[in-house]
Design a protein around this ligand. Structure first.
Ligand code: F6R
Length: 619
């Protein structure tokens, strides 16, 4: 995830910026850069590198730069590939303004076109660069308005043109020692230390300098100087935001105040849904996959889809199968990449292979992609890592925008994968004429609503999940059941539980219980069921009655307001009512939280389970 750091004070800025960027490294990035003011307002020097912050540090170490004001950034590519040109800071045409930005500018294409028409020259493929030119126009005069000749006022003016999310820090050679800051939907922390003023996107970058910080709110702006910090609202009125005292240690700060990365990443899921959907649907209802790599004509010819993946990514594929078959009416098979690559699957030039991989480098998935390509299939990648082998070796790609996932157990990546696969299913259905524009728009809106629904679960269901976890913690085994989408989700619930709590768990299609697994059930045996309102609700309930009769401890993930289910369930975890197609996005969240609670109760390390690594790159 991109990181911002800025400093203005009496010390050498380059050392402070590099120190701050190193602190942000754990979030993941592909390039880094700093902008340093030259002495006497002569100009701004920008240094950018692809790769590690240590590379940038070595470059700056040889440089005698005494600047005491600057901004720095670690970039995780969204618009435009990782490259020096796309790395931040970005600059105005005359190089006298430099900016760093986190977030996504949704209307950047229109803004860029307008700015180019007014004579601005762009040096990158990023959305961010429009900000540098908008601020330049507002500062100097342009677009029919006189210049503000005030950096913060120019930043405020620029923000009125931007739709999207931003955490922004800007410097200007004409205002030495000043950093202007803006925030909307992307975190910004500001603090005053002994030697100067600091801005960062994450408290971890400033925690050595100060523990009293302002967490900027949306629509608030700040002006940092070596002497102090002033704040305004969007109209330029002075405000005094509250100061928060941070008593976290470094370890907690890296985890954003959460006790472990797994919980932090589960709580990031509403953002993942939003970010993965940003800019994907035009006003006219056309889905926009920027790195599609296949023409609509090629997509229209697709008559068979294989989703290939491993582990959690494979479970995302199970959900995609339901969506692709029901919306686009294309036969879809889901296969473990480790099986697919050693079989002789039926592949023709009209076969689409969808490779799903968080890391983008899992050995079996890569081998399966290569094999599929040799056999003539079109390959589409869904991955979280820009420029990863899966991305490079596929014809097209959707990036999941989950940002770096640190806990070994995949949570936010899974949600990003399911949202991306849902987009792909919608696209195939649209291209094949199975869904019209009105239907696509409606489904897209409901897909976006899942962000708030996940938030509701996170805000309200922790206690119920804790109680359910108590019922599982001493068990020797647990069974996850469901039908339809519920069966697909059950697989992920069982995998999460076993990998982090070392409690044996299996997933079964609920209708299959009576064909064998029911023999396992004795009094107190935990059965965890997805019983959300769906066309198969009654069927799942009747399967659960069979378990109840044998004394099972029944835990259900149910639709809020379902009073009937309480008659049969020992523990009810609620999710908001949602279209069955989108149930996986919401109903998986309680199962992730349940697995984590059980693991903690059993004394397990939820971030680093035994025997497992984040990616499996060798056989
Ligand atoms: C489970 C988990 C693994 C991965 C699997 C595939 O929580 O993280 O099952 O899903 O190893 O990894 P990627 O998606 O990187 O190919």
């Amino acid at each position: 995830m991109c990181g911002i750091v800025g400093y203005t004070g009496s010390e050498q800025a380059k050392d402070i910026l590099i120190g701050g960027l190193k602190r942000l490294e754990y979030r993941g990035y592909d390039s880094a850069g700093v902008a340093l003011e030259q002495a006497g307002g002569d100009g701004i020097d920008v240094f950018r590198r692809v790769g590690k912050v240590s590379g940038l540090e070595s470059e700056l170490a040889h440089l005698d730069h005494t600047s005491t004001c600057g901004i720095g950034h670690t970039r995780w590519a969204t618009h435009g590939r990782p490259s020096v040109a796309n790395a931040h800071p970005h600059s105005s045409c005359d190089g006298r303004i430099s900016i760093v930005h986190n977030g996504i500018i949704e209307n950047f294409a229109e803004l860029r076109e307008e700015l180019e028409a007014r004579g601005h020259h762009f040096a990158s493929d990023t959305d961010t660069e429009v900000f540098a030119h908008l601020i330049e126009e507002a500062y100097e005069s342009g677009n029919g308005k006189p210049g503000t000749h005030d950096l913060l006022a120019a930043v405020r003016e620029a923000c009125t043109h931007v739709i999207g999310a931003y955490g922004l820090a800007a410097i200007c050679a004409d205002e030495p020692g000043v950093i202007a800051v803006a925030r909307k939907d992307s975190p910004i922390i500001i603090g005053k230390g002994e030697t100067g003023s600091y801005v960062a996107s994450d408290v971890i970058a400033v925690i050595d300098a100060t523990r009293d910080v302002v967490v900027l709110e949306d629509g608030q702006f700040a002006r940092l100087t070596p002497e102090g910090i002033s704040y305004t609202d969007a109209d330029g009125n002075a405000i005094e935001p509250a100061v928060t005292h941070i008593d976290w240690d470094i370890d907690m700060a890296e985890k954003g105040g959460y006790p472990d990365f797994m919980l932090k990443e589960i709580f990031e899921q509403p953002r993942v849904v939003r970010d993965t959907l940003v800019g994907r649907l035009s006003g006219a209802g056309e889905l926009d996959i920027d790195e599609l790599g296949l023409t609509y004509e090629e997509l229209d010819l697709i008559d068979r889809v294989y989703v290939i993946a491993c582990g959690t990514s494979f479970h995302a594929g199970l959900i995609a199968k339901n969506l692709i078959e029901s919306w686009a009416r294309i036969p879809c098979e889901v296969e473990a990449a480790s099986e697919f690559r050693y079989r002789n699957p039926i592949i023709t030039p009209t076969t689409l292979v969808v490779a799903v991989s968080q890391s983008g480098e899992t050995a079996d998935t890569l081998a399966a992609i290569r094999d599929a390509r040799i056999k003539g299939a079109k390959v589409f990648g869904i991955t979280n890592v820009v420029g990863s082998p899966v991305a490079r070796e596929s014809d097209g790609v959707i990036y999941t925008k989950a940002n770096k996932e640190i806990a070994v157990a995949s949570t936010k990546s899974f949600i990003g994968q399911v949202v991306s696969l849902t987009l792909l299913a919608l696209l195939l259905a649209q291209v094949k004429g199975k869904l019209n524009t009105r239907q696509v728009k409606l489904l897209f809106r409901e897909l976006g609503d899942t962000a708030e629904q996940i938030q509701w679960i996170l805000d309200t269901q922790q206690e119920a999940i804790h109680e359910a976890a108590l019922a599982c913690k001493d068990a020797h085994s647990a069974l996850f059941v469901g039908r339809g989408m519920g069966a697909a989700i059950s697989n992920e619930g069982a995998l999460k539980l076993k990998e982090i709590s070392y409690l044996h768990a299996e997933a079964y299609a609920a209708g299959e219980m009576k064909h064998g697994p029911i023999a396992l059930i004795d009094p107190g045996f935990p059965v965890i069921a997805v019983t959300t309102k769906s066309p198969v609700y009654d069927k799942v309930v009747s399967n659960l009655k069979e378990c109840e009769a044998r004394g099972a401890k029944i835990i259900v993930v149910a639709t809020e307001g379902d009073e009937d289910i309480k008659q049969i369930a020992d523990h009810v975890i609620c999710i908001p009512e949602v279209r069955d197609a989108f149930t996986p996005i919401t109903a998986t969240v309680p199962l992730q939280l349940l697995a984590r609670e059980v693991a903690l109760m059993r004394g397990c390390d939820v971030d680093q389970p035994r025997n497992l690594a984040k990616s499996v790159t060798v056989e």
